[in-house]
Design a binder for this molecule. Structure first.
Ligand code: ADP
Ligand code: ADP
Length: 228
């Protein structure tokens, strides 16, 4: 569904406003990226959408419904989140992918793992569904952990996706691979991307540049480059 931030104000500490009237829309099925320097309030935007915190003024709606009127549970089932660093449970890859969806079948887990290109972890191991992360042969790199998060999202198939610096902890080559996987997952899904560099959000339908708690610039990647 469409996400609308309207005149959103937020402060963790009343003396120090973080967002000072932020308005933007992510049309259904489109991708909007929020970029800006560290500390600009980008992650705060994703936390407000997820309702970790409530805003103090303005509104955030999903498909016209104020997020304050939606239960935390239904909000979390509508939104998939790929964070900067995925923390895994000390359990199997399958457990980590299935987490939150206990009724998912092994076939569905394998399929989600395949989309995220970690299917080999499950299929190549003699007891693929039992081998735990951390045991012999299953030390995961940062990119692989992000693929687990992506597989979890594929399985969940949420209408809304938040990618919060999902590739920023990775080296350039891995970043490109993970970005390609994320592009597949975010296709036709309402997606909010949080990034600190413009170069990683070339394909976004709109880019919002956040500075000092306000939107400093907005436009496509090409338009923003033209502005210099
Ligand atoms: P960004 O994602 O753009 O780096 P954040 O949204 O994480 O910025 O943080 C914006 C500002 O809010 C920063 O100055 C940060 O220190 C502050 N901040 C973030 N989280 C909290 C919190 N839980 N309590 C108090 N201040 C916070
Ligand atoms: P869903 O898959 O339904 O989107 P999340 O993955 O967002 O659910 O997880 C729901 C809650 O569980 C969140 O608070 C998240 O921080 C926590 N969580 C998810 N995966 C892990 C994990 N591997 N280790 C620790 N906590 C996790």
């Amino acid at each position: 569904g469409a996400i609308v931030f309207k005149d959103v104000h937020f402060a963790y500490d009343p003396q120090r406003p973080i967002l000072k009237g932020v308005s933007f829309e992510v049309p259904a099925g489109k991708t909007v990226a929020v970029v800006g320097p560290s500390g600009a309030g980008k992650s705060t935007i994703s936390r407000l959408l997820y309702r970790f915190y409530d805003i103090q003024q303005g509104s955030i709606t999903i498909d016209g419904q104020d997020v304050r009127d939606v239960t935390q549970k239904s909000l979390r089932s509508a939104i998939g989140m790929v964070p900067q660093d995925t923390v895994l449970f000390n359990d199997t890859i399958a457990y980590n992918i299935r987490y939150g969806r206990p009724s998912a079948t092994d076939a569905e887990i394998t399929q989600a793992a395949d989309v995220a290109q970690i299917g080999h972890f499950i299929t190549d191991l003699p007891d693929g569904f039992q081998t735990k992360v951390g045991e012999r042969g299953l030390k995961l790199s940062g990119g692989e952990k992000q693929r687990v998060a992506i597989a979890r999202t594929v399985l969940k198939a949420p209408p809304i996706l938040i990618l919060d610096e999902a590739t920023s902890a990775l080296d350039t080559t891995t970043e490109q691979e993970i970005q390609a996987a994320l592009d597949i997952v975010s296709k036709n899904r309402t997606t909010l991307v949080i990034a600190h560099r413009l170069s990683t959000v070339v394909d976004a339908d709109e880019i919002i540049v956040l500075k000092g708690g306000e939107i400093a610039e907005r436009g496509t990647h090409a338009a923003l480059l033209d502005m210099g």
